[in-house]
Design a protein around this ligand. Structure first.
Ligand code: GLU
Length: 441
């Protein structure tokens, strides 16, 4: 096992803007780690955090980079790079998803791990934050290849994960089958079945009812609360959703069920638009058949980028990081942005949206439904006792709406953006846990 040397603050710079990053590592974002550090620096300023503690919170506690050799179906061997970053453990075991995407980089995983720490703290879920990633395009591989890759990656990170250490979950490019393979690999190596090692598992293996749709339900709860806050009723509101995957597709459906006219959605290949609202059931059937929203006969094709600038009340970026940046934020006409994805708005994008009076509900609040129900799943697995779907859903809604009110109250009392308020609240909780535990030795 090789723990990568901690270089995050080796340069002694806490100033996110000055953090150098090889650009172009991710086509959608300049630098998610710089954005995450800018947000932390702002929260640290508000809280008056001592420099040493700020520095600690800017730095992952543990990072593991592994080479993942994969035997292809053809017999050839290919080598991939994987990471697992554990940002913080002050409030409990590390927790966070595993991403398969060709653009995964260590800095991206560091940013995502930091956001998990804040998300868990903000929602008062007793975890720290982590994230994993393998730089691979899962669509270019067979199921058998993905199984071998997942098992080898899991074996490589085995020494640092566990139900009391670090609990992976699905993210972009991974799903409940990936979690089943991880659980099996971990369990075989342990000599007994350990359902608490991952969340987002199939129900048949101890997954939780309501986990698959949890992020989307949570997005919808806060989206409706945010629309109400700006004086908009769902049945008189319109929305555009970027991303029609695990988060976006169900969020569109739940918003439509609440009365919102979802006029546009997009995926990797393009976007479709229909004034007055899309027929989402027909669209989902089209996606099941063709694998994309493109070519849906019940709507007009539009440019994926144009979706961000549509004249709608609500914009839900539910795809990847860095899509609302200096070049796109100016075009946003929505009144409310609810971040289904992690890190969809860059620091520049945030500033522009604030200047234009757009209410941005930040990722660590908006998309926390997933990790909330992951927590419920872990509790259920550890107790070997399963809850009904309505119990899961009502507890999810209660946590989301409590957090929304809490963040809104904190923001309004101090004149902060929702993002800064949410980050400050979260950082304060992590800092308090750290202070109470003290520094060892
Ligand atoms: N990948 C999801 C997220 O970014 C879920 C993480 C989890 O459930 O651990 O929040």
């Amino acid at each position: 096992m090789s723990i990568v040397a901690d270089s995050v603050v080796a340069a002694g710079r806490l100033d996110a803007a000055s953090h150098a990053h090889p650009s172009g590592a991710h086509p959608h974002t300049a630098d998610p780690l710089a954005d995450a550090r800018t947000q932390l620096a702002e929260a640290a300023g508000i809280l008056g955090l001592p420099d040493g503690l700020h520095r600690m919170l800017a730095t992952p506690r543990r990072e593991l980079t592994v080479a993942v050799p994969l035997r292809l179906d053809s017999g050839e061997t290919r080598l991939f790079t994987g990471h697992r970053v554990q940002h913080n453990f002050s409030r409990g075991p590390a927790k966070g998803g595993l991403r398969y995407s060709p653009n995964v980089s260590l800095d991206e995983v560091r940013a995502l791990a930091m956001w998990m720490t804040w998300k868990c703290a903000l929602l008062d879920v007793p975890y720290g934050g982590a994230k994993g990633g393998v730089a691979i395009d899962p669509r270019a591989h067979s199921t058998a290849e993905l199984e071998r890759l997942t098992r080898r990656y899991t074996s490589e990170i085995l020494p640092i994960i566990g139900p009391e250490r670090d609990i992976p979950a699905p993210d972009i490019g991974t799903d409940e089958q990936t979690m089943a393979w991880m659980m099996d690999t971990y369990s075989v190596n342990s000599g007994y079945t350990v359902p608490g090692i991952v969340t987002g598992k199939p129900i048949a293996l101890g997954g939780s009812l309501g986990r698959a749709s949890a992020t989307s339900r949570g997005v919808t709860h806060v989206a409706l609360a945010a629309l109400a806050h700006v004086g908009l009723r769902p049945e008189r509101s319109t929305a555009a959703v970027q991303g029609f995957g695990k988060v976006g597709a169900d969020a569109a459906r739940f918003l439509a069920e609440a009365g919102v006219a979802v006029e546009a959605v997009s995926d990797l290949y393009g976007a479709v638009h229909r004034a007055g609202g899309l027929d989402l059931e027909a669209l989902s059937a089209h996606v099941r058949e063709t694998g994309t929203v493109v070519g849906f006969p019940g709507a007009d094709p539009i440019d994926g980028q144009a979706l961000l600038g549509l004249d709608v009340d609500l914009l839900v970026p539910a795809a990847v990081e860095g899509v609302l940046h200096a070049g796109t934020a100016e075009a946003v006409r929505a009144r409310v942005v609810v971040e289904g994805a992690n890190g969809p708005t860059t620091a520049d994008g945030d500033r522009i949206l604030a200047e234009r009076g757009v209410l941005v509900v930040p990722d660590i609040l908006a998309n926390a439904g997933g990790v909330i129900v992951s927590y419920f799943e872990w509790v259920q697995a550890n107790q070997a006792y399963w809850w009904r779907a309505d119990e899961v859903e009502s507890r999810l809604e209660e946590r989301m709406l409590n957090a929304w009110s809490h963040v809104l109250g904190y923001a309004e009392a101090r004149g902060l953006s929702l993002r800064t308020a949410a980050t400050a609240l979260a950082v304060e909780r992590v800092a308090e846990a750290h202070r109470l535990r003290g520094l060892y030795p």
